[in-house]
Design a protein around this ligand. Structure first.
Ligand SMILES: O=C[C@H](O)COP(=O)(O)O
Length: 327
């Protein structure tokens, strides 16, 4: 990754929202995933070695601007969410951001459970930082369908800007693509003006081919983003799964003209891994997808590691451990 742009130099454009389309079964069934080719591509990925040292800080700031800063714990409180939102507004110490020319940098969004939307809204008033809520019986999605739809409506009513829905994995595992399409379409409709991210829970879908097909079906049904995982599955975001989903997004864009966003989530906690993901996006989809309206990291602890690495850069203490970590 040899890019020299800083996050502030990225074009600010408004993307037309994916309206979805009819379910195209021929297209869905033609989706394949060649596992060995995917593994070869992932093994050859740039990232650690190819981000030049002088550009790393800019790329790490880019990563921050794309984080959905997340807390999804049973013991979440309004106080914890308020602290998370303070971090979302000012993700890195000002004395680190100033020399980088990145004052005013914020994360992409804050992601919480339904009951934490109101505290998050209060804490983010006037910042423009969106609130995302997980929904539809997150994380398993096994509550009654009408309640899952109603949950979306409740979250939109109290101010969620984005809704992260979970799909019914069984529809994928049984090849019931029509049922998956209908479910996703209903969720998208219930979201109204709020953007909808479709969580595929890829670690539970059985095969990369299923991941490719589920990605296409959700986009056809109007997903604004497709997202790998809830963070609660045994296997969450991985590079092979990401490659399959990103290529489905590219295919969808080539055929329909609509850009759908991508959100890897779960287990991404290291700055060096964030750079690999950014490299993958840049190479497979291009710079346009490296903005928060089309790319997010779903992460609860990634920001802490990025802040530590930026601190090293700015204070000149470019540590041996970081050099080692970056290969
Ligand atoms: O969607 C976000 C994930 O739940 C966060 O997962 P994490 O805690 O492993 O970073």
């Amino acid at each position: 990754m040899q890019a020299t742009e800083t996050p502030t130099q990225l074009p600010q454009v408004t993307e037309p929202r994916n309206p979805g389309q009819e379910l195209d079964m021929d297209w869905v069934m033609s989706a394949r995933a060649n596992t060995s080719a995917i593994e070869r591509r992932c093994a050859s990925l740039p990232g650690r070695r190819s981000v030049k040292k002088e550009f790393q800080a800019a790329w790490l700031c880019r990563a921050i601007s794309c984080i959905d800063l997340t807390t999804l714990a049973g013991d979440d409180t309004a106080g914890r969410v308020a602290r998370l939102c303070a971090k979302a507004r000012q993700p890195v110490r000002p004395d680190i951001l100033k020399p980088l020319g990145m004052e005013g940098l914020t994360v992409g969004a804050v992601c919480v459970y339904h009951d934490m939307i109101a505290p998050a809204r209060d804490a983010l008033t006037g910042t423009g930082i969106p609130v995302a809520a997980v929904s539809t019986g997150f994380p398993a999605g096994l509550s009654p369908f009408h309640l899952r739809v109603a949950e979306i409506g409740e979250s939109v009513k109290v101010g969620a800007d984005e809704i992260d829905i979970v799909i019914s994995r069984r529809h994928v595992l049984t090849g019931n693509w029509q049922a998956l399409y209908d479910e996703m379409r209903a969720f998208r409709t219930a979201c109204g003006g709020a953007h909808v991210k479709a969580i595929l829970a890829t670690g539970e879908l059985g095969s990369l081919r299923n991941v490719a097909r589920a990605s296409l079906v959700c986009m056809m049904a109007g997903a604004d983003f497709i997202k790998t995982s809830t963070g609660k599955e045994a296997v969450n975001a991985t590079l092979p799964v990401s490659l399959v989903m990103i290529r489905a997004i590219r295919d969808y864009h080539q055929r329909t003209g609509y850009r759908v966003g991508y959100k890897p989530a779960g287990g991404i906690s290291k700055a060096k891994d964030a750079l690999v993901y950014l490299s993958l996006i840049k190479e497979e989809l291009g710079n346009r997808w490296l903005q928060p309206d089309l790319f997010r990291f779903g992460a609860s602890s990634l920001l802490g590691d990025i802040e530590r690495q930026l601190d090293h850069h700015v204070t000149g203490a470019y540590s041996a451990s970081w050099r080692h970590a970056m290969g």
